[in-house]
Design a protein around this ligand. Structure first.
Ligand code: C5P
Length: 222
């Protein structure tokens, strides 16, 4: 099968996870949530109580931990040392610390290698994150950058967290999202930005099914 990669990058709450999943379903393609990888390494590092600013210590945690990613029931299932952590990695105490893992260049390099391996095993794949179109799959056939205004992104994130049974304060959440945007956009490697050849879609006032329809139109037109 010819490998065909569709990348969707964008900031927190832009809807890229939901869109990527729906798109993968419509195209009968694989799906990769790369944020889950950064989250899993963060959780494993927190469990081992290492200094999160020590890149070698993070790499050692990756060596010592058995971290798996798999598509189960059309969602990304993640395990660390045999324990299903798919929900745990979404908790705010993990989210808060991801920036240390995400700004470690050697960690990013390893995760990108894993992402390429994952893609290679899936034929056609929809992959979402921050650097999928710029770094991991710079030669992907179809690249999209999804955005929405900060207020709408906060509202979406809030709905996700509430659906997962997590209580959140909207002002705190907005602040956390803005902080994460700032650290994602300013880090030295793999910073969040649209690839030069990405199509930018502002989803502030389009519902997510509408975004999927739009992406399919762009793909078919190419
Ligand atoms: O997409 P999600 O919110 O799960 O991503 C969590 C964090 O992981 C992001 O804020 C970012 O710091 C990091 N990340 C990254 N590169 C990716 C995907 C996620 O740096 N490709």
């Amino acid at each position: 099968m010819t490998l065909s990669v569709i990348t969707i990058d964008g900031p927190a709450g832009s809807g890229k996870s939901t869109v990527a999943k729906k798109l993968a379903e419509r195209l009968n393609a694989g799906f990769l949530d790369t944020g889950a990888m950064y989250r899993a390494v963060t959780l494993a590092s927190l469990k081992k109580e290492i200094d999160l600013e020590d890149e070698n210590a993070i790499l050692a945690v990756m060596d010592a931990s058995d971290i798996t990613f798999e598509i189960v029931s059309k969602s990304m299932a993640v395990t660390v040392d045999g324990v299903d952590v798919s929900d745990e990695i979404r908790k705010p105490y993990v989210t808060e610390k991801i920036k240390y893992i995400a700004s470690a260049p050697a960690v990013r390099k390893r995760l990108i290698a894993m992402q390429r391996e994952f893609a290679g095993a899936h034929g056609t794949i929809v992959t979402e994150g921050r650097d999928q179109g710029t770094e991991a799959f710079a030669d992907a056939q179809h690249k999209f950058f999804l955005t929405a205004d900060a207020r709408e992104r906060t509202r979406r994130r809030m709905a996700d967290l509430e659906a997962a049974g997590q209580a959140v304060d909207i002002d705190e959440l907005r602040l956390a999202i803005e902080k994460r945007d700032e650290s994602d956009m300013t880090r030295q490697t793999g910073a969040l930005r649209p690839a030069d050849d990405a199509i930018i879609i502002d989803s502030t006032s389009i519902d997510l099914n509408g975004v999927v329809d739009l992406i399919i139109k762009y793909i078919n037109a190419k």
